[in-house]
Design a binder for this molecule. Structure first.
Ligand SMILES: C[S@@+](CC[C@H](N)C(=O)[O-])C[C@H]1O[C@@H](n2cnc3c(N)ncnc32)[C@H](O)[C@@H]1O
Length: 225
C-alpha cells in the first residue's frame, strides 16, 4: 500500500541532513582526544573512565542507514512504546520518533548531557516530532527507572558498560516479543561481551543476531522471562 512516510517529510529531512552533516565534525574532535583515550586504554582504564575522555560535544550518532533501519523496525513491528538509552543530539531519536508518529506511539529518550538534551529537543521540535518524545535528562539508570511497560522496542546506544544494567532494569517492563536493538557490537567487542553473552545464551530469554552494519547492531527478540 502506497502511503506518505513520515521520514520523507520535508521538515524531518531538513533536520536530519543538517545534523548528519554536523556529526561529521566528530572525526576531528575525536582525533584530538585519541592520544589520551589510547593511553588510558593501554593503562587498562575501565569504560567509565575512558568515556569521560570523549569530548562532551560529539554526536557519536547512528549513520543514516542505521537510522532508517530503526525507523523501519518501529514501523514494521508496530512498536508504540519505545525506549532509547543514549539520545545525544537526537539523531537516532528523530528516526525512532518518525516511526512512532506512524504507529501512534511514543519514545522515551535519555541523555545525561544537558546541552545535548536542549539541542535534541530543538531538533525534534523543528522536525515536528517533539510531541512523540519524552526526553529525560540525567543518568538513564535513574531517569528510566520508573518506566511502566509494556515496552515494545528498546534501543541501546549509551555508554557500553551500561547496556546490560539498563537491559536488566528494563526487562520486567519488556513485552514478550519486544525488539531490543544495541549499537556498536562490533566496535566494542570486549566492553559488550557480557551483554552479548546475556542475549545469546542458549535456552535464555532472547534469540539474537548482529545486523552487519559497520558498527554491528545487536538485534534481539525478547521471549519473556
Ligand atoms: C553513542 S552516543 C548516542 C548517539 C545517539 N543515539 C544518536 O545516534 O544520535 C551516546 C550518548 O549516551 C549518553 N550517555 C552515556 N551514558 C549515559 C547514561 N548513563 N545516561 C544517559 N545518557 C548517557 C552520552 O552522553 C552520549 O551522548
Amino acid at each position: 500500500m502506497a502511503g506518505k512516510h513520515v521520514l520523507d517529510d520535508a521538515a524531518v529531512q531538513t533536520v536530519l541532513e543538517r545534523e548528519h552533516a554536523n556529526a561529521k565534525d566528530d572525526s576531528a574532535k575525536l582525533a584530538e582526544a585519541r592520544p589520551k583515550i589510547d593511553a588510558a586504554k593501554a593503562e587498562g582504564a575501565g569504560f567509565g573512565e575512558i568515556s569521560d575522555l570523549y569530548p562532551k560535544d560529539t554526536y557519536l550518532a547512528v549513520e543514516p542507514d542505521m537510522g532508517r533501519f530503526l525507523y523501519l523496525s518501529v514501523c514494521m513491528t508496530g512498536a508504540k512504546r519505545i525506549v532509547e538509552f543514549g539520545s545525544s543530539y537526537g539523531i537516532s531519536t528523530l528516526y525512532l520518533a518518525a516511526g512512532a508518529r506512524e504507529t501512534g506511539g511514543h519514545v522515551v529518550g535519555s541523555e545525561m548531557q544537558p546541552a545535548k538534551v536542549a539541542r535534541a529537543r530543538d531538533n525534534l521540535e523543528e522536525a515536528g516530532l517533539l510531541a512523540h518524545v519524552d526526553l529525560r535528562q540525567g543518568d538513564a539508570l535513574e531517569t528510566l527507572s520508573d518506566l511502566e511497560g509494556p515496552i515494545d522496542l528498546l534501543f541501546l546506544d549509551g555508554w557500553k558498560d551500561l547496556y546490560l544494567p539498563v537491559l536488566r532494569m528494563m526487562e520486567p517492563q519488556l513485552r514478550p516479543g519486544a525488539l531490543v536493538l544495541a549499537d556498536n557490537i562490533f566496535t566494542f567487542p570486549d566492553d559488550l561481551k557480557d551483554y552479548v553473552d546475556a542475549v545469546s545464551a542458549p535456552g535464555g530469554s532472547y534469540r539474537s543476531m548482529v545486523v552487519p552494519f559497520e558498527s554491528g547492531l545487536g538485534y534481539s527478540h525478547y521471549l519473556g522471562s
